[in-house]
Design a protein around this ligand. Sequence first.
Ligand SMILES: Cc1cc2nc3c(=O)[nH]c(=O)nc-3n(C[C@H](O)[C@H](O)[C@H](O)COP(=O)(O)OP(=O)(O)OC[C@H]3O[C@@H](n4cnc5c(N)ncnc54)[C@H](O)[C@@H]3O)c2cc1C
Length: 438
Amino acid sequence: MDHWSESEGKRSHDPIFQTKLNCRQHVEDFCKKRADAVATSTGRCIWVPGPIVVGAGPSGLAVAACLKEKGVDSLILERSNCIASLWQLKTYDRLSLHLPRQFCELPLMPFPTDYPIYPSKEEFVLYLEEYAARFGICPTYNHEVVCAEYDEKLLIWRVRTQATDRMGEVVYMSRWLVAATGENAEVVQPEIDGLKEFKGTVLHTSEYKSGLAFAGKRVLVVGCGNSGMEVCLDLCNSGAQPHIVVRDTVHILPREMLGKSTFGLSMWLLNWLPVHMVDLILLFVAWIKFGDTAQLGLKRPTIGPLELKSLSGKTPVLDVGTFAKIRSGNIKVRPDIKQISGRQVEFLDRQTEDFDAIVLATGYKSNVPFWLKDRELFSEKDGLPRKAFPNGWKGGRGLYSVGFTRRGLMGTSADARRIAHDIEQQLSAEGKHPDVLL
Ligand SMILES: Cc1cc2nc3c(=O)[nH]c(=O)nc-3n(C[C@H](O)[C@H](O)[C@H](O)COP(=O)(O)OP(=O)(O)OC[C@H]3O[C@@H](n4cnc5c(N)ncnc54)[C@H](O)[C@@H]3O)c2cc1C
């Protein structure tokens, strides 16, 4: 018996695990029945008594759970075929949470105590699946919201979906609409002269799984955020020859400082010191650990890492080992690309080099402006709330946003709790006991 089947065998005799399985089975049966009911509905126009939540990522699940705790059932519309599609379908194999688990748990359910400080993506997804099961959350999958607008006459939101399965187009209607489509809904494709004609492989980090496919190959990674840096490390460990394009300045910090997570330490210091003082401490420790990163092509911004994050949303890189590979010359740092011709890439310093593949670590953007026909809560420019955290969670006419705070899952939890409380207050003020949806 191998380890897996052995532990499976043990689990099948474990009464707690059996109860969990039964509970999950019950939720899955319920979800299937509801999906079938929706699929056989002939009207193609469906009234939803509770809030409609767009997106079944961690934010959509968090708000649905907080609502459920208050007795309010919601309907989640999700374009893909699973919860947390970003994590399940669009991330690389070696990914773990970038931040320690205590800053990433969703409301009402902590991570299992035996989880590591930085849970792997599999562990995080398992946690989210248990979370959905615990709160009886069953999203309606394969339903992409293509338009949501407020009907001024009926005082309701009309949410039009394009279903990728047998349903075709359906319009859902509700008093409340919660946008939970995330800051990472669509990939950002850079404009690079000659990129479309590149003769090797081009992929975005959302399609990158592992460096094994690139062993022995020369790979150019464009972008030096957390994903770009980690993909370079993965490529290097898999026997590829990675080069990284650093177009801009970047703050690189050790993931741990003084025996604590850098993020946790920063949060703690912020209780006592102003941001610029904490930034000075972070930069001092980073300097001791890395020296002058500019000498290796990683020039630091003039503003400190935390101040920069709050002003522009740009996240510092928390190093997981890439810097050592840069220092040893296993990963080469390159300036911005001037142009590409065939397999040859010319950089701004006029040097040229041939590559087999290009990985675009150029990030993501919100897609809210494409589907939400309301310009008050969200800005058309970047698809994020116009008001900064903590004031961007609520718009007018029953519209809410969750998970657009540039503060990761901590911001999500704060938004989700506020939204659930607000909707419950409205129902209480109307003297209504929240109904259970469907
Ligand atoms: C590599 C990586 C590592 C990260 N690590 C951390 C970390 O350690 N800690 C942390 O706090 N944050 C981390 N983040 C940020 C992370 O994205 C978020 O914290 C988290 O996934 C946000 O959840 P969300 O539900 O808001 O958005 P998402 O996870 O993006 O979920 C949004 C959902 O909405 C769906 N959707 C989008 N458009 C539509 C539409 N029109 N109709 C229907 N459905 C739609 C999507 O399919 C998706 O399932 C990381 C991000 C990346 C990319």
